[in-house]
Design a protein around this ligand. Structure first.
Ligand code: QAP
Ligand code: CO
Length: 171
């Protein structure tokens, strides 16, 4: 089932998401619904809070070199924690909760993280490049942060003006 996406400036996006302690069929259903929602919205990453569930769950499905997304490449991360990071990188980010806006954001280049899979099993992962960027973007959602809060003041003001203008022309 496709779920409605919570969009900026909805205050729910500022919520701190809670740790997941129960890894049951309801969690699996949420993960499956998040996947359908992300794919049908042309997304590559989604956090549970973006579909109104304030729990520490995120999914990422990066396209391959040909730009194709495969379900086999889906990463489901529950209660992720960064245990090591190094370097820095800039990437033009977007977000399903801030449709139509893209901006350069600074991130760590490489990460090592711990997380749990849908069955509660502990996993360890080394990530770099786009995967590292996507993980940091989605993990920020778990702490109520959006990528637009990481851009410069001048760009943020420009964003707010343009975004409000677009909202008006839609309604
Ligand atoms: C987060 O972003 C991310 O504005 C995922 O009209 C950001 O899936 C991962 C999207 C940067 C890696 C690097 C945005 C779709 C999707 C839009 C997304 C839009 C339609 C964004
Ligand atoms: Co986002």
């Amino acid at each position: 089932m496709r779920l409605p996406i919570v969009t900026y400036p909805d205050k729910r996006l500022k919520l701190h998401s809670s740790e997941v302690v129960v890894f049951d069929a309801l969690l699996h259903e949420l993960l499956d619904n998040m996947y359908e929602t992300m794919i049908t919205s042309n997304g590559i990453g989604l956090a549970a809070i973006q579909v109104a569930h304030p729990i520490r769950v995120l999914i990422i499905n990066l396209p391959d070199e040909e730009g194709e997304q495969y379900p086999d490449d889906l990463l489901e991360m529950i209660n992720p924690k960064i245990i090591q990071f190094e370097g820095s990188t800039y990437y033009q980010e977007g977000c399903l909760s801030v449709p139509g806006f893209y901006e350069e954001v600074g991130r760590y280049e490489r990460l090592r993280l711990l997380y749990q899979d849908r069955f509660g099993q502990e996993q360890i992962l080394d990530a770099e490049g786009l995967l590292s960027v996507a993980i940091q973007h989605e993990m920020d959602h778990l702490d109520g942060k959006l990528f637009i809060e990481k851009i410069s003041y001048a760009r943020r003001k420009k964003f707010e003006k343009e975004y409000k203008k677009n909202q008006k022309s839609k309604s």
